[in-house]
Design a protein around this ligand. Structure first.
Ligand code: SF4
Length: 447
């Protein structure tokens, strides 16, 4: 069997795409290997969201050049967002690359690899393609959690973002194909699905008849074996009262909501073309907490967007305190070629970005720790999904609000179980607990 090694950079969409590629190639007798030195095909799945991510890819391709010098038959491919964005420029800068293909061509990966092997010349495939639901995966048997793409693309045009160029316009998969995929995962032992889309809460509006994410939740909720539903990433602009009601009413939807804010300053939000204000965002948070008091929030924030002043940044810090996020992902603004923000005159220096990054992380860590401490003494529902990293004799799992809990299973709990755990200690990055004698309602606290 020929051997495939996959290197994945970037977001969950990319991880999911890599899984799909591995599954498709498996159907053509390619076997996954963790060792790049023994691979016949190395595929690098790339991210173009920040310059640093691109630098990493080129540096990796530089390393692979040495491997290819020893083994000229080795095929090296680049897929994902960089492939779509830079196309032929990748092979010009890294001639070691034999194959470049974007997300729309994933369904044809087997055929593309065959073409490279047969013709012994490089292949570039970055055009638009039909929307194909690929359900192939490397081997999902026994896997407790899985990503399920429900839509591709984004039409928001935030001024800092390359995604609309790399992933194309919004296209939703039909509810029937999604439910079919979830049913297969459940039959293989999957307990939790994360519904994925760049703007997942815009799901379904391009379908005929139109539908929405709330209706999809209800369908996935009916799949036996699936215990939990998560979803990411949402845009505040597309958040509707109907979706908030669905988050409240569909039992398997977890109380964890990733809602990117990006900046706490209206001036910056406008320059980012985000389509909402800080006041609107706070209103949404209040509406959600009114409907689901136990909801935990996470967010993405950018520091050093062009023109961001100290006063703008202070407003972002203030939003972190006001919302009370459980988790915050902080990014330094990175100038992406071809985006409107890259051409803005008032770029912020790297020193200032670094300082704001540190300050924001400190605030976010403190706020997140406060939220975590509130769980001490509560009994929460945990989906057991592995063993503790520090004490392999102990089990680990996640709360519905997505916090890691380590506990002693006392031989009575197995992987995949939902079990009530009494939280005894809130540590900076995890919780400790003990098996609760009585099942009580999961209780992730809200402010
Ligand atoms: S909504 Fe997200 S993916 Fe779409 S353009 Fe904005 S940041 Fe990019």
């Amino acid at each position: 069997m020929a051997k495939l090694h996959l290197i994945t950079y970037g977001c969950q969409m990319n991880e999911y795409d890599s899984e799909r590629v591995a599954g498709l190639l498996r159907e053509r007798s390619w076997e996954l290997t963790a060792d790049e030195a023994e691979a016949d095909l190395i595929l690098v799945n790339t991210c173009a969201i920040r310059e640093k991510a691109e630098d990493k890819v080129f540096s990796k391709l530089g390393e692979l050049r040495l491997l290819k010098a020893q083994r000229p038959d080795l095929i090296i491919g680049v897929m994902g967002c960089m492939a779509q964005l830079h196309q032929g420029a990748i092979q010009r800068r890294a001639p070691v690359v034999d194959l470049v293909f974007g997300s729309p061509a994933i369904a044809r990966v087997g055929e593309l690899v065959d073409r490279v092997r047969r013709d012994r010349r490089s292949v570039l495939e970055t055009g638009e393609g039909p929307l194909v639901k690929i359900t192939a995966r490397p081997s999902s048997a026994g896997r407790l959690k899985a990503f399920v793409t429900v839509m591709e693309g984004c039409e928001k045009h935030c001024t800092f973002c390359v995604v609309p160029r790399t992933r194309g316009r919004e296209r939703s998969h039909s509810p029937a194909t999604i439910v079919d995929e979830v049913e297969r995962l459940a039959a293989d032992g999957c307990r939790e699905v994360t519904l994925l889309g760049q703007t997942v809460n815009a799901y379904g509006r391009d379908l005929t008849p139109a539908t929405d994410l709330g209706e999809l939740f209800a369908l996935v909720n009916e799949v036996d074996g699936i215990a939990r539903i998560r979803f990411t990433t949402s845009n505040p602009y597309n958040l509707t009262p109907k979706l908030i009601r669905a988050m409240r009413d569909v039992p398997k939807v977890c109380e964890y909501f990733h809602l990117p804010l990006q900046s706490g300053s209206n001036r910056v939000l406008e320059r980012m073309n985000r389509g909402y204000t800080r006041e609107r965002y706070l209103e949404l948070v209040a509406e959600i907490r009114d409907a689901v008091p136990t909801m935990a929030f996470s967010t993405d924030l950018i520091v050093g967007f062009p023109g961001e002043t100290e006063a703008d940044f202070e407003q972002t810090l203030e939003m972190v305190e006001r919302v009370g996020y459980d988790n915050v992902f902080v990014f330094r603004y990175s100038r992406r070629p071809g985006t409107p923000a890259a051409g803005m005159a008032d770029q912020v220096s790297e020193d200032v970005k670094a300082r704001r990054n540190t300050q924001l992380l400190e605030t976010a860590t403190r706020v997140g720790a406060e939220r975590s401490r509130r769980l001490a003494g509560q009994t929460v529902e945990v989906l057991v999904d592995g063993t503790s990293k520090k004490s392999p004799g102990e089990l680990a799992g996640r709360t519905r609000c997505n916090r890691v809990v380590n506990f002693d299973g006392q031989g009575s709990v197995s992987l995949g179980d939902l079990t009530p755990i009494r939280i005894t200690e809130a540590l900076p990055h995890s919780l400790r607990g003990t098996l609760a004698s009585q099942p009580e309602e999961a209780a992730c606290l809200s402010k």
